[in-house]
Design a protein around this ligand. Sequence first.
Ligand code: DLL
Length: 425
Amino acid sequence: MIFQPEFETLERHALEALQLERLQALVERLRDANDIYRERLRGVAAPAALDDLAGLPFSTKVDMRDAYPLGLLAVPPEKLARIHASSGTTGNPTIGAYTAEDLRVFGEVMARSLAAGGIQPHDMFQVAWGYGLFTGGLGAHGGCETLGACAIPASSGNTARQLQLLCDLPVIGIGATPSYALVLAERLRAENRRPKALEYAICGAESWTREMREELEELFGVVATNIYGLTEIIGPGVAQECLEKQGLHVQEDHFLAEIIDSDTGKPLPDGERGELVLTTLTREAMPVLRYRTRDLTSLVREKCACGRTTARIDWFTGRVDDMLVIRGVNVFPSAVEEVLLRFPELSPNYRIFVDRPPNGLDQMLVEVEHHADASIDDTDRFAEVVTGRLAETLLVSLQTRIVAPGTIERIEAGKAKRVIDRRTV
Ligand code: DLL
């Protein structure tokens, strides 16, 4: 179902005209309402065409941190209706502030996302992203209300209660991080229980691969789609796959997407992979101009078979900053996951350890669980085969350890942490 066809299927020329009008208004608003942006935009001409976007200044996570907590507001604080925040690993959290109108838009883009992922207004949807400062729980909750669906605010964690709700109530869809959806699916399988009515899982908030999607769909018995978003822009609902599963539709009337070369900052053509840059076209409280997400993907603008005309971003291959450099070779954790999951014997539960022994070369160890029903005669021999395949694809030497199901700790709340980098430098 398409929740707002008047925007989601708008002809591209009309969509681009709307984007330009909104971009021009945004630049004016930022100049008027925020000292930091006024300074940054000094001497910069107003965009006369969408292509002029490339001449506008970028914003980065560092800008957000420097302006902590409310330096980037474009409305008086009395107009705020809610604040979210993402924890981050160092320094100040990143604040996301919303007016009532921003919350209405958040509800709308999440309702579009849920509908694109298979949820209908008469359905029950279990929200298994965390409620609180994290945008996932309350964002999906607002989306259910805007769509007219019934929200079950389970939040993250409390796996026994999650399973009980899924088995007792006619829940059609669930929203969770992919790693937590997998925890739920594994527990159901281990306890030989079945959800009463579950058909769809909408997963996001952390990196995952198509290979992991296949595993999850098979284990959970659902159709799983990918949802993307970030606190700095609005939260989840910036982009969402439809059931055609051909990339994530960007809600382009609200968010303008570009792909740039992250070294040079220059725009890249459609289809080329680079860093995703997002501009909020309608945010009131904390609009953002050309935010460098550090997330790596590519963009296509052809119409999708579902009827939506909005641009689609491809599955992310990681973040600029999750790239590991092992003895000079760039390694993305998503590439490791892709190779592992091509082995039917292996499960999506894995970790990557990186060590730097004194005076030695960096060592990388991939630890992965095999499936409970996998038939592996000789684990050491099999580990060698996996090592060979990883080394051939990643062009780096490493070791692999195959471990029994349940060995690797499951994360029940928050995002999965797959890389343990123990190098001191
Ligand atoms: O993770 C918002 C969200 C909630 C998205 C629920 C989807 C579902 P942050 O905590 O600010 O916001 O983290 C944003 O998470 O820059 C990406 O690096 C990563 N991320 C989010 N969704 C995906 C995805 C929420 N589908 C950061 N695939 C982003 C890969 C994702 N990475």
